[in-house]
Design a protein. Structure first.
Length: 195
């Protein structure tokens, strides 16, 4: 993330996203696949790292093999196989949805994962272990812990969609978008952008 100044002097936090160029690698139709969708491919891959089917597939459309392929349904825009989709298809002040994989944080306890308060009356059943969860269930009945109990466990690494982010600026010569606010993922991760 970074920040930019607007015309009235307000400092606005933005996320810089490199959006494209993406090549249309496949067009799915109701007749052939049962639904309408297009596949976009992004990020060149060395030919020695690609499989033979990938090489042949991209050779048909006149492109080099790509690392990332994403499928988009319900597209109104008319595209043909091999077309290049660039950042110019988005305009400033448009609202977009950005989907990414959140940062993985490994195994975390209840204080970090569920915002428990530790000692001080906010957790029950313990007094001398500062960051433990406390009591979990009843005694002889039901003799188990109910599903959904907030406990320690794996945190992060989830698919997260941030909706209605505003496009502040489009820089077509570098294929960059400046989007107001933050979106999921670490620096350099891949995200999906949808109108």
């Amino acid at each position: 993330m970074t920040s930019v100044f607007t015309e009235d002097g307000t400092n606005v936090p933005v996320t810089v996203i490199e959006a494209g160029p993406c090549v249309v690698s496949q067009i799915k139709t109701v007749e052939s696949d049962g639904y309408n969708a297009i596949q976009l491919a992004f990020d060149d891959k060395k030919e020695k790292s690609a499989t033979k089917p990938e090489i042949e597939r991209f050779k048909k459309i006149g492109a080099t093999p790509k690392r990332k392929i994403a499928e988009f349904k319900n597209i109104e825009q008319e595209v043909k196989l091999g077309d290049i989709v660039t950042v110019e298809s988005l305009e400033e002040n448009a609202l977009i949805n950005v989907t990414g994989i959140s940062k993985g944080k490994g195994y975390q306890g209840v204080v970090k994962r569920h915002h428990f308060g530790g000692v001080g009356g906010t957790t029950h059943g313990q007094h001398n272990r500062l960051r433990k969860p406390g009591s979990l269930g009843a005694s002889s009945w039901p003799s188990r812990v109910f599903p959904g109990m907030r406990m320690g466990g794996h945190m992060g690494g989830d698919r997260v969609t941030t909706q209605n982010l505003k496009v502040l600026k489009v820089i077509p010569e570098h294929n960059l978008l400046l989007v107001k606010g933050s979106c999921a993922g670490c620096n350099g991760s891949t995200v999906l952008i949808e109108k």
